[in-house]
Design a protein around this ligand. Structure first.
Ligand code: SAM
Length: 309
């Protein structure tokens, strides 16, 4: 068996179908001194399937502090290490980024052995624009970071790719709808390369209905159409008009959430005026309502001023 050049090999492994492993990946996994795997039990089965007996060590997000110096020591001694993750390409929404950086800092070669990536497989088959795209991986879970990211992404014109766990899919679709509007097209790429591979294509509103009717199971990659460039200007009412309408509904006695919902429905297709943005705007109107005994009159004259300025 030939000894491979010393260095860190980033070896892509299948995201489902084992036939997707490359010939080069098999050779490298056979030849390296060490295979660092996210889950040694899971990867042990893959290696066994291909009759590869390798020296396995674990490398996952909870042991990077101990493992990075250990792996760097092997590499500095002229040994070769292959990094694999549970599925797909290591360092793509998977542990690896930190180790790659540490190797680069120490002048150790980092050698990619490319292969499956769920994001690229989903994008290629999505039918959406592939010329320019943004990979977003998992959206942040922390509410404030998530809101900020979604607000920013709603304006993105390139096709967007997300990873999501099945139990969070509905919430994520709802958040995307609130920020991007109900008409934005989305593709739910499910169980790619596996027995039950499927692609669901349609609007965000229809995707939510689809998931309510058929609770999501399996692995999902989401491919979202970018913001159509012309749409915003054509159909979005101005902020002054929206304020005026909101103020009128609040003065009629509707709750902020009911008023925002009603307007979001009316501005369907407006990518700017999502229910969440309308609700945020309604919060700004509250002090005006509270401080004036005849809010309807006062509010509409306040917005008139704004409209004129
Ligand atoms: N490194 C992997 C890659 O190259 O695609 C991604 C790992 S990330 C931790 C796991 C996420 O990738 C899943 O939650 C899912 O969103 C997506 N994913 C992985 N395998 C998939 C598959 N077979 N079909 C659809 N999505 C998949």
């Amino acid at each position: 068996m030939e000894r491979p050049t010393a260095g860190l090999y980033l070896v892509a492994t299948p995201i489902g179908n084992r036939e997707d492993i490359t010939l080069r990946a098999l050779r490298v996994l056979r030849e390296v001194d060490w295979v660092a795997a996210e889950d040694t039990r899971h990867s042990g089965q893959l290696l066994k399937h291909f009759q590869i007996s390798a020296r396995l060590i674990s490398y996952h997000e909870h042991n990077t502090a101990q493992r990075i110096p250990q792996i760097l020591k092997y590499l500095a001694a002229g040994q070769s290490v292959a990094l694999i993750s549970d599925a797909g390409t290591p360092a793509i929404s998977d542990p690896g980024e930190e180790l790659v950086r540490a190797c680069i800092q120490d002048g150790i070669p980092v050698i990619p052995v490319p292969g499956p990536v769920a994001a690229v497989a989903a994008l290629a088959a999505s039918g959406l624009a592939t010329g320019r795209f943004v990979f977003e991986g998992f959206l942040p879970l922390k509410a404030s970071q998530r809101q900020a990211r979604l607000q920013q992404l709603a304006q993105e014109e390139r096709t967007l790719i997300f990873y999501e766990a099945p139990h969070r899919l509905q919430q994520t679709l709802q958040d995307l709808l609130d920020h991007c509007g109900p008409e934005r097209q989305i593709v739910l790429a499910r169980e790619l390369t596996k027995l039950h591979e499927s692609f669901w294509r349609g609007s965000l509103a229809a995707a939510l209905e689809h998931c309510a009717a058929q609770p999501p199971r399996g692995e999902f990659t989401l491919v979202l159409e970018g913001r159509p460039p012309s749409e915003k200007e054509e159909i979005s009412p101005s902020e002054a008009e929206v304020r005026q309408e909101l103020a009128r509904l609040l003065a009629e006695g509707l709750s902020r959430s009911a008023a925002s919902r009603q307007l979001a429905q009316r501005f369907q297709g407006s990518l700017l005026w999502t229910r969440r943005r309308l609700y945020d705007l309604s919060l700004q109107l509250e002090p005006l309502l509270g401080s004036d005994p005849s809010p309807a009159v006062e509010l509409s004259s306040a917005t008139d001023d704004e409209t004129e300025s």
